[in-house]
Write a protein that binds this ligand. Structure first.
Ligand SMILES: [Zn+2]
Ligand SMILES: [Zn+2]
Length: 255
C-alpha cells in the first residue's frame, strides 16, 4: 500500500501546500482519495486520473471537501478521462445534501451525484471494503459528524490510520492501534493549552496517542500555516519514541 500526501495544511491551504487530501493506493491497483480539500485535485492530476478513484470524507469541513465540485466536472465532462464506472463515496450521512448543494446550479438545489458515485454513510466501527482496502470509521471528537479512519490491506494486514480532525479521544487510539503509519492531526501546534475543547490536537497529544496505540510511524499533519512546525514535531517527540515525520505535500509512504 502507498499513501501520498496531496496536501496537509491545517484548516486552510498554505503556499505550496493544499489543504487536507491524501491518496491511498492499495496493492490491488485501486485508488482511494481520502479527503479532497482545496488545491488537492490539482496535485492528484499530477499522479493519476482523478476519475479513477473511490472517494472518502473524514468529515465535511471546507478544508477537507471543497475540491469535490471540481472532481465532479472531471468525472462527468473530461473529454478523454471522464469516469467509466461508478466509484464508491463514503462520508457523514449528510454528504449527498451538503456536497450536492456545492455542485447544484441554483441556491436551493441539490445535485444528485448518484450517476457517478455510489454513496454510503459511515457507521462507527462498521468496516467497509473500498477498492482493495478495508476501512473502519471511528467517531471523532470534532464539531459536526467526523471520523478517524483505519484503513487495512486485507492481504498484507498493513494498516494506515488517519485521525481526520479530532481532539484527543480514546476512539483515535482505537483507530490507530498497531498502525504501520498513523497520520495524526496536530492543528493546535505544540500544545493544546488555552485552546478550544473538542476540536483539534497538539503535537504532544498526537505523540501520546501514537505511543498509546503502539504505532510504527507517526506523520504529523493538519498544522496551520501560522504554527511553528518544528516545535510541534519536538512536542510529539517528547511523548513518542518511534519515528515521527512532519507531513509535507508530495510525500509518499510505502506501507
Ligand atoms: Zn480541517
Ligand atoms: Zn474540521
Amino acid at each position: 500500500m502507498k499513501l501520498t500526501i496531496l496536501g496537509c495544511s491545517g484548516s486552510l491551504g498554505a503556499p505550496g501546500n493544499p489543504a487536507s487530501g491524501y491518496l491511498l493506493s492499495p496493492d490491488d491497483g485501486s485508488s482511494v482519495i481520502v479527503d479532497l480539500g482545496p488545491g488537492t485535485l490539482a496535485a492528484l492530476q499530477e499522479i493519476q486520473n482523478p476519475a479513477d478513484a473511490h472517494v472518502l470524507f473524514s468529515h465535511l469541513h471546507a478544508d477537507h471537501c471543497l475540491d469535490f465540485p471540481s472532481l465532479m466536472v472531471w468525472r462527468r465532462f473530461h473529454p478523454e478521462l471522464k469516469a467509466t464506472q461508478r466509484h464508491r463515496c463514503l462520508g457523514p450521512a449528510h454528504t449527498p445534501v451538503h456536497l450536492g448543494r456545492l455542485t447544484a446550479d441554483e441556491p436551493d438545489d441539490v445535485d444528485d451525484f448518484s450517476d457517478t458515485l455510489e454513496f454510503t454513510a459511515w457507521r462507527h466501527g462498521h468496516t467497509e471494503t473500498v477498492g482493495g482496502v478495508e476501512v473502519t470509521p471511528f467517531t471523532a471528537s470534532h464539531p459536526g459528524e467526523a471520523y478517524a479512519l483505519r484503513m487495512q490491506d486485507p492481504v498484507s494486514g498493513k494498516v494506515v490510520a488517519y485521525s481526520g480532525d479530532s481532539a484527543d479521544h480514546p476512539n483515535i487510539v482505537a483507530a490507530a492501534r498497531g498502525a504501520d503509519l498513523f497520520l495524526c492531526e496536530a492543528g493546535w501546534g505544540p500544545t493544546s493549552e488555552g485552546k478550544i475543547m473538542g476540536m483539534h490536537m497538539s503535537g504532544e497529544e498526537a505523540g501520546r496517542i501514537a505511543a498509546a496505540a503502539g504505532v510504527k510511524r507517526l506523520g504529523l499533519v493538519h498544522i496551520q500555516p501560522w504554527t511553528d512546525k518544528e516545535a510541534t514535531l519536538a512536542a510529539a517527540r517528547t511523548e513518542f519514541d518511534g519515528e515521527v515525520i512532519l507531513g509535507e505535500p508530495g510525500m509518499v509512504f510505502d506501507v
